[in-house]
Design a protein around this ligand. Structure first.
Ligand code: APR
Ligand code: PHB
Length: 404
């Protein structure tokens, strides 16, 4: 067995693990990434595509924002379509000039992987049988890679290994509590090389269910439909997808919609999930390993980024200043922001989707709530300030990087 030592072992090479690696590298902190899938698989997964300003700032700080600055599309508003009428939410006006950036998570991942390759940093892709042990004392990772056995001893383990990862599963049951809500529908997503139907995203609430018109660029669109969770992607030909989307749109958008062959099509389940706490001795959970949000509020990647902002600060303080304060505060700080994003994502999901369990009264109440939100300055502001992203909380004790 080959034995290695490092300061921080990062499990998982998704956006959370890669961003942490890049920030630690910038701070001169030795680390290794261990990932079970291949680099090709990781860099080609299609995921969501909205970045909050704080996430853009963090990518800039990590020195990986060159493509983002060139190709990211700044958006200062979104449209909500209900009862056949679109209403614009002016995000910037309602939040003192803040905006979001449309830039695919796939691109974020590629940018981070490229930066890692250029800096010649150590990653093990296609690692098998990854095990994390002794994280209350002296953390160890063991795994198999290309026929060799490895053991890494480290100061800390960053569990950035997603919802199905090994880190959360390794925590003793009596030390962890999880909170979960599973939704009775999924999102059928289609990626197509056609110009977007509108300049801004359209969130659609309709009698036939939710739909979302999003984009990746001026020539590539991303559309979603709420479908029963029991549906299989084979049941959805491109023709059927475009037909159903048209049914859920307003007249103007229906006419403008350009259809074309899908280059990706998949159904994703919707889930709300939180783990408490997010630190177990010297093991930290971050990103999807610790929490999942339904995609309606576009918060998944942004929450992963805010966890990493807190975690990188905590580790930098530990190694550069000898302070454990950030480490002690990590879980509590993250969870405050996580629960607010969970609430917002849950709320957006309820407001815009059709639930089979709703009776007519529930539907009327929901429509009234939506009408209230859209018709009130306070209501619109609530939506806008959550959508553009809540500020990172400032720690008076540690002075952790918590800019807004
Ligand atoms: N050992 C090593 N790696 C693992 C293991 C394991 N046992 N289990 C999972 N992984 C890897 C996965 O293959 C994946 O590449 O961990 C990585 C986790 O990456 P993501 O699932 O992308 O999670 P995260 O980095 O937290 O990113 C969160 O992704 O799902 C979206 O909405 C979510 O946008 C959010 C973002
Ligand atoms: C996407 O572009 O994939 C996207 C955008 C906004 C969301 C979810 C997904 O709320």
């Amino acid at each position: 067995m080959e034995k290695l030592n490092t300061k921080v072992a990062i499990i998982g090479s998704g956006p959370a693990g890669l961003l942490l690696g890049q920030l630690l590298y910038k701070a001169g902190i030795d680390h290794i990434i261990i990932e079970q899938r291949s680099a090709e698989y990781v860099s080609s997964r299609i995921r969501a595509g909205i970045l909050e300003q704080v996430s853009v700032d963090l990518l800039k700080e990590a020195g990986v924002d060159q493509n983002l600055q060139k190709k990211g599309l700044p958006h200062s508003g979104i449209e909500i379509l209900t009862n056949g009428v679109k209403q614009r939410i002016d995000l910037s006006k309602l939040t003192n000039g803040k905006q979001v950036t449309v830039y695919g998570q796939t691109e974020v991942t590629k940018d981070l992987m490229q930066a890692r390759e250029q800096a010649n940093l150590l990653s093990f892709y296609e690692a098998n049988d990854v095990k994390v042990t002794d994280f209350y004392v002296q953390p160890k990772i063991t795994f198999e890679h290309q026929g060799h056995s490895y053991q890494i001893e480290c100061d800390f383990i960053a569990g950035c290994d997603g919802f199905h990862g090994v880190c959360r599963a390794s925590v003793p049951k009596d030390k962890i509590k999880t909170f979960e809500k599973v939704y009775p529908f999924g999102w059928l997503g289609v990626l197509a090389d056609v110009p977007p139907v509108a300049d801004e995203l359209i969130y659609v609430q309709s009698e036939r269910g939710f739909a979302l018109c999003s984009m990746r660029s001026e020539t590539r669109s991303r559309y979603y439909l709420q479908v029963p969770i029991t549906d299989h992607v084979d049941q959805w030909s491109d023709e059927r997808f475009w037909e159903e989307l048209k049914h859920r749109l307003d007249d103007e958008s229906r006419e403008k919609l350009v259809t074309g062959p899908s280059i990706e099509k998949s159904i994703a389940p919707l889930r709300s999930f939180v783990t408490e706490p997010m630190r177990f001795g010297k093991l930290f959970l971050a990103g999807d390993a610790a929490h999942i949000v339904p995609p309606t509020g576009a918060k998944g990647l942004n929450l992963a980024a805010s966890d990493i902002a807190y975690l990188s600060s905590a580790l930098i303080q530990y190694y550069h200043k000898g302070s454990e304060q950030g480490i002690e505060e990590y879980s509590q700080k993250c969870l405050q922001r996580v629960w607010k994003a969970e609430r917002f994502s849950w709320w957006m999901t309820h407001l815009l989707h059709r639930f089979d369990t709703e009776d007519e009264f529930d539907q009327k109440i929901k429509q009234a709530e939506l009408n209230y939100v859209l018709g009130s300055f306070a209501g619109q502001t609530t939506l806008a300030e959550n959508y553009v992203g809540l500020p990172y909380e400032l720690s008076p004790i540690t002075g952790m990087r918590l800019s807004n």
